[in-house]
Design a protein around this ligand. Structure first.
Ligand SMILES: [Zn+2]
Length: 244
C-alpha cells in the first residue's frame, strides 16, 4: 500500500486545510536501516524544486528527528536519527520551514503565470529555499522595466487577496487550457485526472505540491536580480516581503 499523502487531499474548506496540517497520527509499515515508511504522512518529500520537510516522529515519552523525507521509486522514506520503539507514532512538521516553502512555492506559481501571460515564456526550472527562490524562464531576455512589470503584476494579485484553489480535472481539459505552456508529456499517460492549482486568475497549472490558501499570504514579491543562463534563458531571483 502506498503512503497516503495528506496534503494532497482535496481542498474542501476543511479545518485544518490539508496543506496546513502540522501534526498527524501514523503507523510504521516498513523499517529500513535509517528510515521508516508510514501508512500516511503530511511531510513533503524533496522534489520539484522544493526542499524536504523536517520535524519529528513522537511516541510515548520519546521522539526521533525526521532529518529528511525522500521519494525512492515511489516509496516515501522518512530518514530518522533513531528508530522508533513502537509502530504507532505522531508526526510533527517543522512548521516555520514548511510554511516558508509554501509561500515561495505559491509565489512561484504566480510569477510563472504572470510571465507566461505577458511574455509567453515558459518556466523551465526553479529552486526555492526558506529565504529566496529562483525561477528560470525561456525564451526570455528581460529588461529592468520588464522585471518591474513582473513584480508589479505579481504584487497586484497578492494585494487582491485571491483564493488559491486546488481541484481535480480531466487531463484532456488541462491540456486544452494550458496548451504549450507546460510539458504535460512529463506526466505518465496512464494518469487521466490531474490535480490542478489555480492562483486567482493569474495561474492555472497541474501540481502535486503544497500551497497557500490565499495569495495575500505571499506578502509581496521583491525581485533581487536576473541572470542570463545562456541562450534565451533568464533566471529571476527574488525574496518575499513579510505578510501585511
Ligand atoms: Zn504547486
Amino acid at each position: 500500500m502506498p503512503t497516503r499523502v495528506l496534503y494532497m487531499e482535496e481542498r474542501r474548506g476543511q479545518d485544518p486545510d490539508p496543506c496546513y496540517l502540522r501534526e498527524f497520527d501514523a503507523r510504521i509499515v516498513e523499517r529500513g536501516p535509517d528510515y521508516v515508511v508510514l501508512d500516511q504522512t503530511a511531510f513533503y518529500a524533496e522534489g520539484g524544486g522544493q526542499p524536504t520537510d523536517t520535524g519529528v516522529v513522537r511516541w510515548p515519552g520519546e521522539e526521533a528527528r525526521v532529518l529528511r523525507v525522500q521519494k525512492d521509486k515511489g516509496v516515501i522514506k522518512h530518514v530518522v536519527d533513531r528508530m522508533p520503539a513502537v509502530d504507532e507514532v505522531r508526526g510533527i512538521i517543522d512548521w516555520d520551514r514548511r510554511y516558508a516553502h509554501m509561500r515561495f512555492h505559491t509565489s512561484q506559481h504566480l510569477m510563472s503565470g504572470v510571465v507566461w501571460r505577458i511574455f509567453g515564456a515558459r518556466t523551465v526550472g526553479n529552486q526555492l529555499y526558506t529565504d529566496h527562490a529562483r525561477v528560470d524562464f525561456q525564451p526570455a531576455n528581460f529588461t529592468p522595466e520588464d522585471l518591474q512589470r513582473i513584480e508589479a503584476e505579481c504584487n497586484g494579485v497578492v494585494g487582491a487577496a485571491q483564493d488559491v484553489r486546488i481541484f481535480e480535472e480531466d487531463r484532456v481539459v488541462v491540456d486544452r487550457k494550458i496548451g504549450d505552456r507546460s510539458l504535460l508529456d512529463l506526466i505518465p499517460v496512464s494518469i487521466r485526472r490531474l490535480r490542478v492549482i489555480q492562483v486567482g486568475d493569474a495561474d492555472y497549472c497541474p501540481c502535486g505540491g503544497t500551497h497557500l490558501r490565499n495569495s495575500s499570504e505571499i506578502g509581496g514579491i521583491n525581485i533581487l536580480e536576473k541572470r542570463s543562463k545562456g541562450k534565451e534563458t533568464d533566471r529571476i531571483v527574488y525574496e518575499l516581503r513579510p505578510r501585511a
